[in-house]
Design a protein around this ligand. Structure first.
Ligand code: NAG
Ligand code: NAG
Ligand code: NAG
Ligand code: NAG
Ligand code: NAG
Length: 398
């Protein structure tokens, strides 16, 4: 891998999550908390997308010994010179996929702004999570981004990325960013057109909201389709190249083949899907003491989703610079986010140059959530970041 590949792979490795030896996997629920402010509709959406995909060069591992051999090769000091697990070969692939999504709009329209429900936030989770990252069933009045956004008067289109939750499962040897960028682009167009917005009709404004890998596919979207959204909110994300950071993260994650760690839950996935070895690896990557509740982290562990190797390697194939994007941009991360900033977002945010990344953006704001790690939606002070997010949206005119 070249330096850029290496760095992006490192950033992507960030998003990985977990599974206990004996996790409880919950189905996404359409049932809302009894005091919910949202009116929600579930959809199964069939799409046909074409993307230019990377091809894996490394032999497919069949067991964890072979996976570990791969990890050692790819985290060696000279791996960027000697080891090239993906590309440069690409192939154009057209496939039909089924995507599960939930659209939520306010039961009561915003008192302060008419038609605010026609601003639709489209949320993309990071690796290791499905749509429940944005819509926690555990203490939703505190941890559900969907409930908080709808309480402000916005609508939210929350979907399971390809391969997680109730969306279609595909091979972990092919699932990657390029496909998910095209899926996101198609979903945005359908939401604009009012196909999946329940009683709200055509959306007036679209805000793409991502976490980690979800932020990176949103970023690629801004590069490729600069006028497709009106604003973007990138969480758990930053721009920094950290020498050997990828090796450090890879060796710390301790990923295992998901369907061998827990065949009962992950039996339908092939060996290309990986998951954290235990809840402590999850916490190591996603949370920082004392800014989490153990019960929230246990919930996060119970909903953790395996990720594919190519998902965390493939965004490296893109430039994340979006020279033509003119919309507004909000970028935030937890102060001690390991994957995005190697535990020091204050200095990362100080040195990254967002004007260079998004030279035409009409408004760029940043925020660091004090004390938090990577998984900001489950940080114990999550409400502070939600407040900053609504402040940004209002400042941007939504
Ligand atoms: C690791 O590298 C060695 C060569 O140093 C190679 O023989 C082996 O196939 C590689 N393993 C994986 C899984 O890439
Ligand atoms: C894939 O399609 C794009 C757009 O049509 C084209 O530019 C590109 O060269 C194609 N790539 C391959 C590997 O065929
Ligand atoms: C979206 O809605 C339009 C009508 O507004 C309809 O013609 C079209 O088939 C719908 N597309 C999908 C994919 O549901
Ligand atoms: C490989 O990574 C090291 C450490 O970041 C860097 O010094 C070196 O220039 C890189 N080599 C290549 C060929 O990218
Ligand atoms: C950031 O990038 C812009 C555009 O390239 C440049 O004009 C500006 O001086 C840079 N800011 C800093 C602090 O380096």
């Amino acid at each position: 891998m070249g330096p850029l590949l290496y760095i992006t792979a490192l950033a992507l490795l960030a998003n990985i999550s977990t599974t206990l030896a004996n996790p409880i996997q919950q189905e996404p629920q359409s049932s809302r908390p009894s005091d919910s402010v949202a009116n929600c509709v579930d959809y199964k959406i069939s799409l046909t997308v074409t993307s230019e995909n990377l091809v894996i060069n490394t032999p497919q591992w069949k067991n964890d010994f072979e996976l570990i051999d791969y990890l050692q090769n790819s985290s060696a000091k000279n791996a960027n010179v000697t080891f090239h697990p993906i590309g440069p070969t690409t192939i154009n692939v057209t496939e039909s996929v089924s995507i599960a999504a939930t659209f939520c709009s306010p039961k009561t329209p915003s008192a302060s702004k008419q038609d605010r429900e026609k601003t639709v936030l489209i949320t993309s989770s990071g690796l290791a999570y499905d749509s429940r990252y944005w819509d926690s069933e555990y203490n939703p009045s505190k941890y559900s981004f969907v409930e908080a956004a709808v309480a402000q008067g916005y609508s939210v289109f929350n979907y399971d990325r390809l391969g997680v939750g109730q969306s279609q499962k595909v091979s972990g040897w092919t699932n990657q960013a390029s496909i998910q960028v095209e899926i996101l682009a198609s979903l945005i167009q359908l939401v604009r057109n009012g196909n999946y917005t329940g009683p709200v009709g055509k959306a007036k404004s679209i805000v793409a909201v991502g976490h980690s890998f979800g932020s990176q596919i949103t970023n690629v979207l801004l590069t490729k389709y600069p006028s497709i959204v009106d604003a973007a909110i990138l969480t758990g994300d930053a721009y920094e190249s950290i020498p050997y950071g990828g090796a450090l993260l890879e060796e710390t994650i301790e990923p295992r083949i998901a369907n061998q760690l827990d065949p009962k839950i992950f039996g339908e996935l092939d060996t290309g899907y990986l998951t954290f070895v235990d809840i402590y690896a999850h916490v190591n990557f996603f949370f920082k003491a004392p800014f989490y509740e153990i019960s929230a982290v246990q919930y996060a562990q119970s909903i953790a989703q395996p990720f594919a190797l190519l998902e965390f390697l493939s965004t490296a194939a893109y430039s994340l610079k979006a020279p033509e994007y003119e919309g507004s941009l909000f970028m935030m991360a937890g102060e001690f986010d390991i994957p995005a900033c190697l535990g020091d977002c204050v200095n990362t945010f100080r040195t990254q140059n967002l004007t260079e990344m998004f030279p035409k953006s009409r408004l760029i704001d940043t925020y660091i959530l004090p004390g938090a790690g990577h998984g900001v939606n489950f940080a114990s002070n999550v409400g502070e970041y939600y407040g900053e997010t609504w402040g940004f949206l209002k400042k941007a005119g939504f």
